[in-house]
Design a protein around this ligand. Structure first.
Ligand code: AMP
Ligand code: MG
Length: 339
């Protein structure tokens, strides 16, 4: 890829970012989940450039970001009642809804599928950029395969010289990508867990199936409902090893390990008990903080040059399911059973 000069913009310069988008350029924007790499969702060529900048496989569709619920009508063919209920309760916020797409969605956005993913973010800078430009197609603003960026520093590390501009909006609040639910099939189905929990979705629309790819690797030859779930994801260069069992058995296991360049991803309560270097991701039951710190911790492990990182297999309740889903992918689905 030819290198270009990447402008670093403050929130006050969002009008300039909007001009770049309208001309078909690429801008990294803060959102409440992770930083997104945005282009005009209705400009197929601009959207194609997102895939180039990230090295993203062309068969992995993008989420279209809107700033008002009313903007969804021209993007989809139907907006069923359950989708309306979800939008009413969780938008603006970290929930993506998949529906049958309208004809104005370029094939690049939906990667050839007949559906489109739509989200209305709550981050004020993202919303201002959308208001001043267009609906924005935006995946996470990282190189494909590496952990999603939750700080300006992460975006610079991956994207400097590859895109037109970055808006500095500080650190992201949720820290993992949005929850993705499809309403394009017979029953609502969770494709990716995130900041809006499965429990909250069920309270709002009743039964919600969980796609097998949320917890397990795809079997060979199986087709992914959400193409993004089939790729090795969120992985640092270090080898991530997940250990399932009580926290006591986890601590005695890692304390018995005699390896150099190895660290432990741990909970705040366990820091004092560990003999290896550690990076804490929050309290053992504080799933929101764990989600918020996970990607930063994985990047930090690489920056510190660890070859291996041991982590405790998280609980799957509430936002814990999102932490579990990202960690198990970072670990390439390998879990060691401790007891
Ligand atoms: P990212 O924005 O990088 O977090 O990726 C967006 C996620 O949403 C990926 O896992 C995609 O596969 C998924 N996605 C986007 N559009 C669709 C769609 N139409 N059907 C199923 N999954 C989708
Ligand atoms: Mg991504």
């Amino acid at each position: 890829m030819k290198r270009m000069k990447t402008l670093l913009l403050s929130p006050g310069e969002i009008p300039l970012a909007a001009e770049i988008i309208k001309k078909g350029g690429l801008v990294a924007m803060p959102t409440e989940t992770v930083y997104g790499l945005a282009a005009d969702a209705l400009n197929g060529q601009a959207v194609a450039n997102i895939f180039k900048a990230k090295g993203r496989p062309m068969d992995n569709p993008l989420i279209v970001h809107i700033s008002e619920v009313s903007q969804i009508y021209r993007l989809v063919r139907v907006f069923p009642e359950k989708a309306q209920l979800l939008a009413q309760r969780f938008w603006p916020g970290p929930l993506t809804i998949i529906l049958p797409k309208s004809d104005i969605i370029p094939a690049e956005v939906s990667a050839g599928l007949d559906t489109v993913a739509v989200r209305c973010p709550s981050d004020k800078n993202a919303r201002r950029l959308i208001e001043l430009s267009a609906p924005l197609a935006a995946p996470s603003a990282n190189l494909s395969g590496s952990p999603s960026p939750t700080t300006l520093r992460h975006v610079l590390a991956d994207m400097n010289g590859r895109i037109d501009a970055i808006i500095d909006g500080g650190d992201c609040e949720v820290g993992v990508e949005s929850t993705v639910i499809t309403l394009a099939g017979e029953k609502p189905r969770l494709l990716r867990p995130g900041g809006i929990t499965l429990e909250q979705l069920r309270e709002t629309v009743g039964e919600v199936e969980v796609d097998p790819a949320v917890m397990n690797p795809l079997k060979s030859g199986e087709k992914a409902a959400s193409p993004g779930m089939k790729y090795k994801h969120y992985s640092p260069k270090a080898d991530v090893v997940l250990l399932r069992g009580s926290r006591d058995s986890f601590i005695s296991f890692v304390n018995s390990v005699n390896e150099k360049k190895t660290a432990v991803l741990c909970y705040d309560e366990d820091m004092q008990r560990l003999e290896l270097p550690y990076i804490s991701i929050g309290g053992a039951e504080d799933y929101c903080t764990q989600a918020n710190r996970l990607f930063s911790a994985l990047r930090e492990a690489d920056e510190k040059g660890y070859d291996r990182v041991y982590a405790h297999c998280p609980d799957t309740q509430g936002v814990g399911l999102a932490v579990y889903n990202r960690m198990i992918r970072a670990a390439g689905f390998e879990v060691i059973e401790l007891e």
